[in-house]
Write a protein that binds this ligand. Structure first.
Ligand code: NI
Length: 169
């Protein structure tokens, strides 16, 4: 089922997610819906907050549905190691039309549970590292505009207000 993606400034986007403790069919159905919703919007990552659910669940697929091996489910994830720097353009399904360069760690290691509740660790570099950091930020209620310089953030907030006033947001 395709869920509705909420846009900034929906308050749930700035809410930290609750830790998931039940690994049941309801969770697995929710995860399947997150993938379906993400693919329908051509995204490479989607966090629960973006469909209005403040829980620590996110999905990532850099192949956008083309390679089943790249489907990643992260439940209760944390970044346990960061290394280096990268500065590349980033977007977010909750901020359509906004793209901005954001500074992130070049490499990260994450620790998370899968949809069955099993813990695993995974390394990511480049785009995958960026996706891990962007999505785990969502689970903490942190949005990419808050990772921009104040100048860029204000320019983008102004752009959003203009789009809102034109009924295009
Ligand atoms: Ni996002």
């Amino acid at each position: 089922m395709i869920l509705k993606i909420v846009k900034y400034p929906e308050p749930v986007l700035e809410q930290a997610g609750e830790v998931v403790t039940e690994f049941n069919d309801e969770l697995r159905k929710f995860i399947a819906n997150l993938f379906e919703t993400m693919y329908a919007s051509q995204g490479i990552g989607l966090a629960a907050q973006q469909v209005g659910v403040p829980k620590r669940v996110t999905v990532i697929d850099l192949s956008q549905g083309k390679d089943p091996e790249q489907k990643l489910v992260l439940v209760n994830p944390t970044v346990i190691h960061r290394e280096g720097k990268q500065y590349e353009e980033e977007g977010c399904l909750s901020f359509p039309e906004i793209r901005e360069k954001i500074s992130r760690a070049a490499k990260v290691k994450v620790r998370a549970q899968n949809e069955k509740g099993e813990w695993f660790e995974m390394d990511g570099e480049e785009l995958l590292s960026r996706a891990f950091q962007h999505e785990i930020d969502h689970l903490d209620g942190i949005l990419f505009i808050f990772r921009m310089s104040a100048l860029k953030r204000n320019l983008n907030l102004r752009k959003i207000r203009k789009l809102q006033s034109e009924g295009k947001w």
